[in-house]
Design a binder for this molecule. Structure first.
Ligand code: ZN
Ligand code: ZN
Length: 369
């Protein structure tokens, strides 16, 4: 049995980047290596020894872009975690688990309505779980909603960290879209860390046609190998040009361009959002996954005229995790080509590279300190 150390090794966000509103001067944020006292576990909690924690766009938002965390710094970021239970509830000890990125309270009206992924009392590691997050050696978490990993074969446990968010958030989004076999799907941001899984999951669940749109040609080529039927390279094109290309592509392949498309907006960037809105048409659905602080202009009356819907989606219900994990384990969702494992001691450089858009894969950091 693994012994439990006295302290948790961790990389804390001591201070995010700040920008003086008057002078515009930027003060660099600080990520510091430190150790914190091992907490007393409460009833129902377990201690997870972390195998890996993915670096998500959301972490970068907290560190670089003044997106506030619920728990104020210093705190440890990181919410995409896999690991092994080493203390707490006896029945859990030794189990390999994925920690849901958002853990509902399971005790409120929203949870009771089956919408616990947006429970207002939810806990998210690296944001609202006190000072605890995934860029650590260990983390205390409620046991209830942990997803047990079984029969993972030779798939490394740390690699499965991406199931906690990058895979399950798209899974929830596709569920919210009520995806049916034969559906026509557009993924705007198809080549990114989350979009790549929207494409794979939609295709695996029977989508008839999946069109991927993205700025990066090289990554779009990869999307064609993993679920996309066609791609549109949107770099240096305005919304109209992209829409015309979409219509031409539909015409060429005998598909209707003006009705029934389920569109997933995954970019969280204004340009991508505008493309998504422009493609929504009759009896279509637009599922909004990406986040940005931008305000979009759109005539909502179009929704009436189109009998269309725009749906927001946040995180994923813990109950969907086993199904999403199973799709990864049986190969319907490929994660290996999209993940790179690095030691946690590279966190500063990794954040910097991720922030400047230099990465082609999602990084999972493994504890070495
Ligand atoms: Zn995330
Ligand atoms: Zn709740």
């Amino acid at each position: 049995m693994t012994s439990v150390p006295d302290v948790i090794q961790t990389w804390q966000m001591v201070q995010p980047w700040t920008r003086d509103k008057e002078t515009g001067t930027q003060t660099p944020g600080r990520l510091e290596r430190t150790s914190i006292r091992m907490p007393e576990l409460h009833p129902g909690e377990v201690l997870v020894e972390i195998a890996g924690c993915g670096v998500c766009h959301t972490d970068l938002g907290y560190f670089y872009d003044a997106v506030p965390t619920v728990s104020t710094p210093p705190l440890t970021l990181g919410h995409e975690i896999s690991g092994r239970v080493v203390a707490g509830e006896k029945s859990w000890i030794g189990k390999e688990v994925i920690i849901p990125a958002v853990m509902p309270c399971n005790d409120c009206a929203i949870c009771a309505a089956g919408r616990g992924n947006r429970c207002l009392n939810q806990k998210m590691p690296g944001n609202s779980l006190g000072i605890y997050g995934g860029f650590s050696s260990h983390i205390p978490v409620p046991a209830t909603d942990l997803c047990v990993v079984k029969d993972r074969g030779d798939m490394p446990l740390e690699q499965l960290a991406v199931v906690a968010d990058a895979v399950t958030t798209p899974y929830q989004a596709v569920t919210r879209a009520d995806l049916q076999a034969g559906d026509r799907v557009v993924v705007v941001g198809a080549a990114g860390g989350v979009g790549t899984y929207v494409v794979q999951i939609a295709k695996a669940l029977g989508a008839g046609t999946v069109i991927g749109i993205d700025l990066k040609q090289e990554k779009l080529e990869r999307a064609l190998q993993y679920g996309a039927d066609f791609v549109i390279h949107s770099a240096n094109k305005d919304v109209k040009e992209v829409r015309n290309e979409f219509r031409a592509l539909c015409k060429e392949h005998g598909l209707p361009s003006n009705f029934g498309w389920k569109i997933f907006e995954v970019t969280g960037a204004k340009a991508g959002q505008e493309i998504s809105l422009a493609l929504l048409s009759f009896v279509g659905k637009l599922i909004w996954i990406g986040f940005s602080a931008d305000v979009n202009e759109y005539s909502l009356s179009r929704l009436m005229a189109f009998d269309a819907e725009i749906i927001g989606t946040w995180g994923c219900l813990p109950k969907h995790y086993p199904a999403a994990l199973q799709m990864v384990l049986d190969g319907r969702i490929q994660i290996e080509p999209f993940v790179e494992i690095r030691p946690m001691s590279t966190i500063r450089e990794t954040f910097e590279e991720a922030h400047t858009g230099k990465l082609t894969k999602r990084i999972v950091l493994t504890p070495d300190f």
